[in-house]
Design a protein around this ligand. Structure first.
Ligand SMILES: [Zn+2]
Length: 141
């Protein structure tokens, strides 16, 4: 399961609402203890998708590398990636699946009319053909 702490959560929601109506993205850092991942730090990253950013996001490999280094520097792990779905549910799309990495958690925040609605966390399988819903705990619903 994945637990998101207050400070990280506030930052993720603020980033998602600020970038609305476009999709936002970022990294989630924290300790991994067995199958409990605790997101302590959220790192907003730039959506580098050159096309319509309200439909998808793209992370630069160097930004992901930076997030990985930030985690290590602070004795944490890169738990996963978050992004938002403007005026859409927090499902895991076919594009999301194709661009995923099986070893990360993918938190999707649904932002409707600029306001946070709900969130889900997804775990893609090794073949990136489907993603299972991961138990998610965050400060406010
Ligand atoms: Zn998506």
């Amino acid at each position: 399961m994945i637990k998101i702490e207050q400070e990280a959560w506030d930052l993720m929601v603020a980033h998602a609402q600020k970038t609305y109506p476009n999709e936002c993205c970022g990294a989630m850092l924290g300790p991994i203890d067995g199958d409990v991942k605790t997101v302590r730090v959220a790192l907003p990253l730039e959506n580098a998708y050159p096309g319509a950013q309200r439909e998808r996001y793209e992370l630069r490999p160097e930004d992901l590398l930076f997030a990985e280094r930030e985690a290590r520097k602070n004795g944490m792990d890169l738990i996963g990636i978050f992004h938002s779905h403007p005026d859409c549910d927090a499902y895991f799309s076919k594009t999301d699946l194709e661009n995923s990495c099986p070893w990360y958690s993918f938190v999707v925040l649904s932002i409707q009319k600029g306001q946070f609605q709900h969130a889900n966390s997804w775990l893609p399988n090794m073949e990136q053909t489907e993603a299972a819903k991961e138990e998610l705990e965050h400060p406010h619903a």
